[in-house]
Design a protein around this ligand. Structure first.
Ligand code: GLN
Length: 194
């Protein structure tokens, strides 16, 4: 099983380090050739506008969208969630992959100085709470009925899934808890992408 971390910008190394702890073959993906090799992809947190620009510049935008539509398992964290969303309400002019039927507000939980941590209940991961780190996180303001909510905070969903696509507004790669990455690996294993 080969897992790619979209390597345009953002906290790529942290995801790779987490995957390494889980003994997975993981590498940075920033070319069409590398995309062809993977069974699953993590889109890291960072700056969604920068990642979007680089995806378009390298011509990977359409190819990646196509692959996800064909069933490639993907997990987007923070800026990754923004890229996967259908609509960015706070920045209506900003394009996105339009994969997940959610609408988000960028920085919906406040600015960098308003970053915070919270213990989340994620039933899919068992009883032990998950320490979630939110950094200029997107706020989900609207979503379609097919979206599965895996975790909520303060009355809004913060981790969602639809089929092969999962997204969280927080950063699991920074908390040292491996359970969300493990969950994603199970999704990849069960997927029939290849
Ligand atoms: N606020 C950033 C954006 O809009 C996302 C922040 C993050 O990924 N930690 O792209």
């Amino acid at each position: 099983m080969k897992i790619g971390v979209l390597g345009m910008q953002g906290d790529i190394e942290e995801h790779l380090a987490t995957l390494e702890k889980l003994n997975v073959d993981a590498f940075r993906v920033k070319s069409s050739k590398a995309l062809d090799m993977i069974d699953g992809l993590i889109i890291p947190g960072g700056e969604s506008t920068t990642m979007l620009r680089l995806l378009k510049l390298t011509g990977l935008f359409e190819k990646l969208k196509n692959m996800i539509q064909k069933g490639l398992p993907v997990y987007g964290t923070c800026a990754g969630m923004i890229l996967l969303s259908k609509k960015i309400v706070s920045h209506a002019e900003q394009d996105s992959l339009n994969i997940l039927d959610i609408s988000v507000n960028r920085n919906g939980y406040g600015r960098q100085v308003e970053s915070f941590e919270a213990d989340l209940s994620i039933p899919l991961l068992g009883n032990k709470p998950f320490r979630a780190i939110f950094i200029r996180a997107p706020l989900i303001v609207k979503m379609g009925k097919d979206i599965e909510i895996l975790a909520s905070y303060d009355g809004s969903p913060v981790m969602v899934r639809n089929g092969n696509v999962m997204a969280s507004s927080f950063h699991p790669e920074l908390s040292g808890d491996l359970r969300i990455h493990e969950l994603f690996l199970r999704m990849v294993k069960n997927a029939s992408y290849r």
